[in-house]
Design a protein around this ligand. Structure first.
Ligand code: ING
Length: 316
C-alpha cells in the first residue's frame, strides 16, 4: 500500500455579496463534516472562498474594497473553521483576500494557505498570474479587476513536505489563473511536487474572447491534466461555482492523477464534495521514467532559445 492521502475537493456554490462570512463558514463546516465521514485527510476550498468574487465590480472607495479582505488569519469568522478542522483531524487549503502590513505599508494579495491537521498554517502562497485589467472598463458585461485590487504575489511557488498522517508528501499551491500557465506546474515540478492544490473563480464568459466561452470546461480540464502529467504530480482544482451576482461561474472541480486522468469530479454548480484516495507513490511512475528531469531535460538548450528572444533567423 502506497502513501495514500484521501482528498476532498470542497466546491462552493455562489456566494452573494451580502452573505456574511459566518454563513459561508457554516457551509464550509458542512463540507468538512462530509469529508470526515469519508475519511478525508485534506480538504481543498476555492479561491477567495470567504466572500463573493468582488473583482467583478469597480469600486472607487478603498474602504469598500477592503471589506472583502482578511486582516488576520484565522480571524473572528474563520477561527471556527480552524477549530473544527483541528477537532476533525483534517488539513485544508483556503483561498482568501489578504490585507497585510509589510515593509512599512499596507499590501493586498490574492492568497491561499495550507493548514495542517493541528490547525497550523504550514504554507502560504500569493497569486502570481493576476488576470483581467487595472482600470474600469465599462464595455464589459462585468469587470475583472484583480490587477487593481491585488499586488502580484511575492512568495514564489513554495513546495513543502507535509506529514499528513503516517506518511509524508510534497505539496504546493496555486490560484486560479496560475493553472493556465505551464510555469506554475514546472516551477513546482522542479521541486519534486507530488500534489498541487488550487482554487478558482472562473466565469463562463470571458469578455475579451467570447469565442472561448464554449470551451471553458475543456480548457479547465486541459490545463490541469497536462500540468499533472507533464510534472508527474496530482492536481486538485476546486471551483467557486454557479450564478454568483448574475455572473455564471464554472464548476467542474476535479482531482487529477499524475497520469493526467481525472479520478473525481463535481457534477453540480453548488456546494459539493468530490473525494479521491490519492496514492502519492503513483507520482514516481512518471517522475522516474517519462519525466525523469535529470535524464531527459536539456535546460542549457532552452536557455539559448530563451536568450534569443524570438524566432531564429532563416538559414543563409
Ligand atoms: N479567473 C479566471 C481564470 O483564469 C479567466 C480568469 C477566465 C481567464 C476565462 C481566462 C479565461 O480561470 C481568475 N480568477 O483567475
Amino acid at each position: 500500500m502506497g502513501r495514500v492521502i484521501t482528498v476532498g475537493a470542497a466546491q462552493l456554490g455562489a456566494i452573494a455579496r451580502a452573505e456574511p462570512r459566518a454563513q459561508v463558514v457554516e457551509r464550509m463546516l458542512a463540507l468538512l463534516a462530509q469529508a470526515k465521514a469519508h475519511g478525508c485527510d485534506l480538504v481543498v476550498f476555492p479561491e477567495l472562498a470567504l466572500t463573493t468574487f468582488f473583482p467583478r465590480w469597480f469600486f472607487d472607495k478603498q474602504e469598500e474594497i477592503d471589506a472583502f479582505f482578511e486582516r488576520e488569519m484565522p480571524g473572528p469568522d474563520t477561527r471556527r473553521l480552524f477549530d473544527s478542522a483541528q477537532q476533525l483531524g483534517i488539513g485544508f487549503y483556503l483561498g482568501y483576500a489578504e490585507l497585510a502590513q509589510e515593509e512599512g505599508r499596507t499590501r493586498r494579495f490574492n492568497t491561499s494557505i495550507l493548514v495542517d491537521k493541528r490547525g497550523r498554517i504550514i504554507s502560504k502562497y500569493r497569486k502570481i498570474h493576476l488576470p483581467g485589467h487595472a482600470e474600469h472598463e465599462p464595455w464589459r458585461r462585468f469587470q475583472h479587476l484583480e490587477k487593481r485590487y491585488f499586488e502580484v504575489g511575492n512568495l514564489g511557488w513554495p513546495v513543502i513536505r507535509w506529514a499528513f498522517g503516517e506518511h509524508k508528501g510534497l505539496f504546493g499551491m496555486a490560484i486560479c489563473n496560475d493553472r493556465r500557465w505551464p510555469e506554475t506546474y514546472r516551477v513546482m515540478g522542479l521541486q519534486g511536487v507530488e500534489m498541487i492544490l488550487l482554487g478558482y473563480n472562473t466565469p463562463v464568459h470571458n469578455p475579451p474572447a467570447p469565442e472561448h466561452d464554449a470551451l471553458s470546461h475543456f480548457h479547465n480540464e486541459l490545463v490541469m491534466q497536462s500540468g499533472a502529467y507533464q510534472n508527474g504530480t496530482w492536481v486538485v482544482g476546486v471551483a467557486k461555482a454557479g450564478n454568483e451576482e448574475g455572473v455564471e461561474q464554472i464548476g467542474n472541480s476535479i482531482i487529477v492523477a499524475p497520469s493526467g486522468e481525472i479520478v473525481a469530479a463535481c457534477t453540480t454548480t453548488a456546494d459539493e464534495l468530490a473525494i479521491a484516495r490519492c496514492d502519492l507513490d503513483l507520482c514516481d511512475s512518471y517522475k522516474s521514467t517519462t519525466f525523469n528531469f535529470a535524464r531527459h531535460r536539456e535546460p542549457e538548450q532552452y536557455r539559448l532559445i530563451v536568450e534569443r528572444k524570438g524566432a531564429a533567423p532563416p538559414p543563409e
